[in-house]
Design a protein around this ligand. Sequence first.
Ligand code: GN1
Ligand code: MG
Length: 371
Amino acid sequence: MGLSVAAARAIAGQFALEGEIVSVAALAGGHINDSFRVDVEAGGGGRAYLLQALNRRVFPHPDLVMDNVTRVTRHLASRLEAAGVADRERRALRLVPTRRGVNDWYKEPDGRCWRAFPFITGAVTLDRARTPEDGCKAGRAFGDFQRQLAAYDGPALHKTLPGFHDAAARFARLERAARADSCRRAAAAAAEIEAVMAQRSLADVLPPLIESGEVPRRIVHNDAKIANVLLDERTGEPLCVVDLDTVMPGSALWDFGDLVRSTVSDAAEDEEDPARVEVRVPVFAALVRGYLEAAGTLLVPRERALLGFAGRLITLEQAVRFLTDHLEGDHYYRIARPGHNLVRCRAQLALFRGLSAHAAQLDAIVAEQGD
Ligand code: GN1
Ligand code: MG
């Protein structure tokens, strides 16, 4: 797994890069796609691009994904332009056109899809919130993203990954994986399987509310972790949200839940010691504040009331997903060592427990800020 620099170099020429390619380097980060930095030089000046190949196992319909990314990036660019925002090229991702072809992405004869973005310079990302202020910024960035997309009036976005946040379906798959036990790992993971299964009913809360319209369907990011926010390295302010492959119709609560999951604990997603995974209530409060500052007027009361629940749900769902992948043989998430997905699952479970223990307090914080 993992595409070579040579493969990326061979593809880079397909894009209308402004200059001669001087270097191509693989970038770490992300569990899914292959990413490269391409540096070019022209007339004494240089610039950089992010070149990415979409993971084919995860995205069976790459054209539809790229269609969505094209529509969303164009919409965001036009909003920035209409608002007269300065520094526009750092405030939204932009696709680089290809030299041939009508689309702003390149499809290899074997079906693999590539795209290039101008590298957003002077930006940093955070794996987790260092302070409540970081949580606030992440909330603001995704709240703003949802607000910009609430004004989207182009062709309907494709549901590129149907059931992506269908928690009940995720549980059903875990159950099948545990029963099939194709890698003979279920016995050693029995405690985790039992612990997540005991929470299965949480999966049934949102679907009827979304179905009835009580919780509105919106265009959401679907992978709203803090690591997907670019911050200006000088000011520390959010620049934009990245990783747009999962943008599609869904619930704002899924995004908020992922923000909770990725910010409230100081521990990494793959923390080995579950005892280190703790809920930092002030970070949660700041996250809510930042999110509501940006998206508060968008939300209906029902959504607001479920913000705390969303954190528990998405954290549990993520535990289920990591555990399923562990049982199925680590086909989905890239792992760095054997058992990595089980470790990730345990860390999510610890966070889920912490969030459950604090549920009343977190709900009270949301209620106060909702007034
Ligand atoms: C994956 O693309 P990346 O690595 O940021 C995953 C998300 C998970 C996340 C967990 C398409 O995101 O759903 O929440 O890992 N993306 C996809 O870190 O499955
Ligand atoms: Mg992603």
